[in-house]
Design a protein around this ligand. Sequence first.
Ligand code: ADP
Length: 440
Amino acid sequence: MRKKIRSQMMVITALAITLTTVFVVFAFYELFEKQVMDDLRINAHLILSEDTPTEKSLERYELRYHDLRMTLIGKDGSVLYDSQVKNREMDNHRGRPEFLEALEEGEAGAIRQSYTMRKSFFYYAVRLEDGNVLRLSKETDSVFHMMFCILPFIGGIVLCLWLLCAVLSRILADSLMKPVLQLAEDLKHPEKVETYEELTPFVGLIKKQHEDILKGVNLRQEFTANVSHELKTPLTAISGYSELIETGMAKEEDIQRFAKEIHHSADRLLTLINDTIRLSELDHMNMPEFPEMEKIDLYELIKNCVNMLEISAKNHQVSIFAEGEKVFVSAEKQMVEELVYNLCDNGIRYNDPGGTVVVRCGEKGGRKYLEVKDTGIGIAKEHQERIFERFYRVDKSRSKSTGGTGLGLAIVKHIVEKCGAEIFLDSEPGKGTEITVFFP
Ligand code: ADP
C-alpha cells in the first residue's frame, strides 16, 4: 500500500510539473512573440516617421537599431539594402509572405523557425510611399530551445518534489494504515482505535461483527450447557430407577411405578433431543436450501392440528376449537404445522381446567393471519420478550411437569423468521394469551 501511494504520488507530481511547465512556457512565449512583433512594428513606424527610408538613410539607423536587421526590398522583390548582409548578392524576396502581404495590405508580420528549430525569426514589413517595402527582423531563441534550456531546472524541481513526496507519502500511508493495523492487533477494543471519518463505519461494522461472533459463541456455550443440564435430570432418573430394579432393591409393588418413571424420563429425553435437533436444523438452514414453498390451506391445517390435540386438551380439561375462513398462504407445510402445534400445545398446557383455546385464521387489513388465543394463566410483562429465548421458562416446574422443553417458542420464532412472517404477543396474567402470526 505504501509503495502504491508513493509511486502514484510521484507519477502525479512529475506529470503536474511537466504539464504546468509546458503550459507556462507556451503561454509566456505567446506573450513574448506578441511583444517582439509590437517592438518591430513600433520601430518600423519610428523610422518611417522621419522620412521615406532609402539605402542611404537606413545606414544612419544601423547604430540606433543595432539589434534589428533592416532590409529594404524593391517592388519586384530584389533586396536593395540589408543591414546584416552587405557585400553579397541576396536572393529575390518576392516569395516571402510578409513582403507579399505588406504589398497588398500595407503592413504585415511573420514568424519563421530555423531549420534546426533552435531559433525563431520575427519579421515586420511595411510598404513605403515609393512602393518599396521596409522589413525589420529580429532573431530569438525558439520556444523549443527555451524549453530545452530549462529542462535541467525542471529536473531539479521534480527531484526535490519526489523526495518530498517520498516523505509525505510515508506519513500519509502510515496515518491511513495505523488504525487498521491497530484494529488487527486488538480486535476486542475497537473503541480504543483512533480512526478518521471515512474509516469509522468500517470500524463500527468490525466491532458489531466481532460482538455478534462473541454473542454467538456465548449463546452456543450457554445452549450446550443448558442442553447438558436438561439431559441430566431425566438420565439421572432413568439410571437411578433402573439401578434400583437391577439390584433388587425395588419392592415388587414399586416396580411398575419405577418403570413408569423411566418411561416418562425417556419420553422427556426424546422430546428434548428432537427439539434440539430441530432447532439446530433451523439454525443451519440457509435460504438457498429452503424447502420449496407450497400453497397451504391454513384453515384445513388448523383443523387437523386441533383434531390431533383434542385428546391432550381433554386430559387438561381444556376445550380447543378451530375458527375462521379458508385462506391460502405460501410456506412450507411441515413448518407451519409445527408452528401451530407448538402454539396450541402451549395454549393447552398453560391453561386452567375449564379453559379454552381458540385457533383462528383469516385475513385482516389485507394480511393473512393465524391466531392462537387461550384463557390460561397468561404471561407477565417482564417475561414477554424473553419467552422466545431458548430454555427460558416463566415457571420451570409447570413447564417440566407438562412435558415442556423450553424450546417450543424458540422453534416458533425461527419458523416465523424463515417464513418471512411476523409474530405478536398479547398476554395478561390470569386472563390469557393471544399470539398472532401475520404471513407475508
Ligand atoms: P415450554 O416447553 O416450557 O413450554 P416454550 O418455549 O414453548 O417452552 O415457552 C416458553 C415459556 O413461555 C413457557 O415455559 C411458559 O412459561 C411461557 N408460555 C408459553 N406459552 C404460554 C401460554 N400460552 N400461556 C402462558 N405462558 C406461556
